[in-house]
Ligand binder design. Structure first.
Ligand SMILES: Nc1ncnc2c1ncn2[C@@H]1O[C@H](COP(=O)(O)OP(=O)(O)OP(=O)(O)O)[C@@H](O)[C@H]1O
Length: 307
């Protein structure tokens, strides 16, 4: 069977803060068109990894390849221009600006004209601005169902909508790889389901490869094609969701870290589902894939408690 070249390759990344090795020889491939998720207990190195891939941190050793090109030394904006866009764990929007203006800022990194020309609406800049506006309105705003808030200041929006606007801004960069840092952190159930649907649609309908960091294990299992598990700055397992879920080393890493919040949450969800089913089907309580209102990517894998 022919092998597919990875759209993103991380090779032997090492990053240290003083004596702390946040990343220690991290390597994995992201297949084009996939949803790949990085998980791991608190302090495992997930944020450091994201910051290194997107160009905010410079590793001491190792390389990042994007579509076969070594981008390890490229600054973050140049990576964004190549098609590597990201959102942040803590929302990084201009809160006083409208939704539309925030989204437009995302697209400016792709414009041939500079932002000052755009401001004064000169010649080609004006045409490009008009095309930009039409493109944004037609595609991204419609797609993310934020038409009704396009002129609202970001600060006035509920958290879930702000996260959606952040995703819209990242999409305005026309990425080939979209990096999402904890896309559903702090969201309620309904907001999480909406975001899960958008991630799946961005991937399936727009053909955008997704690389995300996420703690919500139900979402990870539902959405991911490939899961990479970090612990103490090293990849300790990777594979299909069901494979890593049942991996004893992964279970040990979560228990050993004392990071039992997620386990508690999974048990709580399981109990809630069992109650909702009226206790008629005891198996429902053990299925962490249920409850997100999306179809699991790894639909043929056995649903099991693991991580
Ligand atoms: N700027 C920094 N200065 C010093 N140490 C840091 C810095 N950033 C991260 N670290 C350390 O590097 C290690 C990895 O941290 P990182 O934030 O990447 O983990 P994480 O998996 O994202 O954690 P969490 O799930 O809690 O966000 C930790 O030991 C952390 O204390």
């Amino acid at each position: 069977m022919a092998t597919v070249d990875p759209v993103l390759r991380v090779d032997g990344l090492t990053l240290a803060f003083g004596g702390v090795k946040a990343l220690n020889g991290v390597g994995f491939d992201v297949r084009p068109g996939s949803i790949t998720t990085v998980i791991g207990p608190n302090g495992a190195g997930k944020t450091s990894l994201f910051n290194t891939i997107s160009g905010f941190y410079r590793p001491q050793s190792g390389s990042v390849f994007f579509e076969g090109r070594d981008i390890t030394r490229l600054p973050a904006p140049a990576r964004a221009r190549l098609g590597l866009a990201r959102s942040f764990q803590n929302i990084a929007l201009f809160r006083g600006m409208s939704v539309l203006d925030n989204i437009k800022l995302g697209r400016h990194c792709q414009l041939k004209t500079n932002i000052f020309q755009s401001l004064f609406y000169l010649g080609a800049a004006r045409r490009e601005e008009m095309e930009l506006r039409a493109d944004i309105e037609a595609r991204i705003i419609d797609f993310l169902e934020i038409d009704h808030i396009r002129h609202a200041p970001v600060a006035a929006l509920p958290y879930g909508l702000q996260k959606r606007v952040e995703m819209a801004r990242a999409l305005a960069m026309q990425p080939r790889v979209l990096m999402l840092d904890e896309p559903v952190a702090g969201m309620n159930r309904e907001e999480t389901e909406d975001m899960a649907r958008f991630i799946l649609d961005v991937n399936a309908e727009w053909g955008v490869t997704v690389l995300m960091v996420e703690h919500d294990m139900g979402l990870v299992m539902d959405l991911s094609d490939h899961v990479v598990v970090l612990n103490f700055g090293q990849v300790i397992a990777q594979g299909k969701p069901a494979e890593v879920q049942g991996n004893p080393e992964v279970v040990r890493a979560y228990l050993g870290s004392g990071d039992v919040t997620e386990l508690r949450e999974r048990l709580r969800r399981g109990r809630a589902q069992a109650q909702a089913a009226g206790g008629a089907n005891g198996a429902a309580g053990g299925n962490a894939n249920a409850g997100h209102g999306v179809t699991p990517r790894d639909a043929h894998a056995p649903a099991q408690e693991g991580v």
